[in-house]
Write a protein that binds this ligand. Structure first.
Ligand code: CS2
Length: 496
């Protein structure tokens, strides 16, 4: 039996306590992944339950996730979110999705029509870094991306998410409707500004007179989103089924109890009252985004690469190693925190709260999962802070070891000589660089030539190149565990 509105669920499971018919799909969300289900949808659910909000969602998947959309439809657009800590799980059924479409199944016209409904005020996105088709090192449109090349020539048949949004905006304009706000909920600094850059540059290349209209009418609020939502496993599904008293949920997600959302308050066509569900609406999100990207995501990536190489399957496993915990704390406080400008946050306390979240053994957050897409993640997670320190002649030991860990990881073989399955949009390019360079410093130099990751400045900086090469050499000779244990962590760091 699968989840439906008539399922008899245990009393402990919270269920929609509002008339779902009353909700309108006023937000179209592109990217119906686990993160959206466990984050933004949960805020909307709280608003519908406790504050009579009528803000519902239309969710769209573009390429992957056919089965997910079909499953969602089978479950009358319901699914469960389970919050887990070391001792228990707490489940809640989410009912705010009112419509679900798949670009390849339902077709472009249906998708564009949903995005061009008068009540749509916001299009939000969780398409991961690579979905924006941007250049991670400089934040501009990656015009050589094959989907962008396609969308430049065929604006009416978009393949990329930026192309889809432009086509929907064009349709709204033709129908005489107001624009919608475009809200990125992915982990990049200034994600609103970046989304604006990408859309505007693609519109310019398409050359159909949309650029000025976009500049005038489309808002691109930035956001900082935070909740650890590991990929769903068979174990999660079984656990969810037990929680639901034997009812199966094909879309259940499980996550940590913590959630945070900081949103730039810039929604000309209106927005839900997210603040009533605990979100922070601010005028400038960047300091929060940088804090989260560098302290949380930066240490996550560090733990992912070094932890994977050291044989730790999950982040919580790496936290059992006192040297890994010490290194993560040092990275956060000595190498990332000084680079931040956020006010009114106790960063030492923030670091401790992150480490406590990482220790949650129920999460089973795989280092391999976080290690994915490193070419899209390194710039904002580690390299921005590297640049900050280089400009001040500061110490980058941990940051350099994190970068070297990534290089060793994309080499494709772990410390036992077993193959590593690399998942990255530049996978082939990485494999090429690896097979055409000799193991050791030569490989470091070859990987540093990836300009969408390192830009042109870092490969030219002897201090950075030296630090990464040293760390890489040590990784080869001593292994990840010993390198992390041997980090010289006493050094003082400059302050802003
Ligand atoms: C993680 C993030 O997979 C990753 O790269 O670092 O998904 C992280 O769990 C979230 O950003 C937490 O909010």
């Amino acid at each position: 039996m699968i989840l439906s509105p008539n399922s008899a669920l245990p009393a402990a499971i919270a269920q929609p306590d509002y008339d779902r018919e009353r909700l309108k799909p006023r937000i179209v969300h592109v990217g119906f992944g686990a993160f959206f289900r466990a984050h933004q949808a949960v805020y909307a659910e709280q608003l519908a339950n406790d504050h009579a909000s009528d803000w519902g969602y239309c969710v769209i998947s573009m390429h992957n996730g056919r089965q997910k959309i079909a499953d969602l439809q089978r479950q009358d657009l319901l699914y469960t979110v389970a919050e887990m800590n070391d001792t228990d799980w707490h489940g809640q059924v989410i009912g705010v999705v009112r419509q679900a479409l798949h670009l390849q199944v339902d077709g472009l016209d249906a998708v564009l029509d949903a995005m061009a409904q008068p009540e749509v005020a916001i299009v939000s996105l969780t398409i991961s870094e690579k979905g924006y088709c941007y250049h991670p090192a400089n934040g501009q449109l990656l015009s050589e991306h094959p989907d962008i090349q396609h969308d430049i020539v065929h604006p009416q048949q978009p393949r990329s998410a930026p192309g889809l949004i432009l086509a929907a905006l064009r349709l709204r304009r033709e129908r005489g409707l107001p624009a919608f706000a475009v809200m990125s909920c992915d982990n990049m600094p200034a994600n609103g500004q970046m989304t604006r850059n990408v859309l505007t540059q693609l519109a310019q290349r398409q050359d159909n007179g949309q650029t000025a209209w976009i500049a005038q009418h489309v808002a691109f609020p930035s956001t900082m989103v935070d909740r650890i939502v590991p990929a769903v496993t068979a174990e999660t599904q079984q656990h969810t089924e037990a929680l639901l008293g034997g009812v199966a949920d094909l879309l259940g997600v499980a996550c940590e109890p913590f959630r945070q959302w900081v949103i730039e308050d810039n929604f000309p066509q209106g927005r839900p009252q997210w603040e009533k569900a605990g979100a922070e609406l601010v005028s400038d999100v960047l300091p929060y985004e940088e804090m989260k990207l560098r302290m949380l995501n930066g240490s996550h990536s560090f733990l992912a690469y070094l932890g994977y190489l050291a044989g730790y399957t999950h982040i919580s496993d790496s936290m059992q190693d006192a040297y890994f915990e010490r290194a993560a704390r040092h990275l956060m406080l000595a190498e990332q925190a000084p680079t931040l400008q956020v006010c009114g946050v106790d960063l030492a306390q923030y670091a401790e709260s992150l480490l406590a979240r990482y220790r949650n053994t129920a999460l089973k957050h795989r280092t391999w999962q976080i290690a994915m897409d490193g070419t899209q993640k390194l710039p904002q997670r580690l390299l921005d802070a590297v640049r900050w320190h280089l400009a001040r002649d500061g110490n980058v030991d941990c940051l350099a070891l994190g970068v070297a860990g990534w290089m060793r990881y994309v080499g494709g073989q772990d410390e036992q000589g077993q193959a590593i399955e690399i998942s990255d949009p530049l996978r082939e390019r990485l494999a090429n660089v690896v097979s055409n360079s000799r193991e050791g410093p030569e490989r470091v130099l070859a990987l540093l030539q990836l300009d969408t990751v390192f830009g042109h400045d870092l490969p030219d900086d002897p201090r950075f190149v030296g630090a990464v090469t040293d760390a890489y050499r040590q990784l080869l000779t001593q292994g990840a565990k010993a390198c992390v244990a041997g980090l010289p962590l006493g050094c003082s760091s400059p302050t802003a």
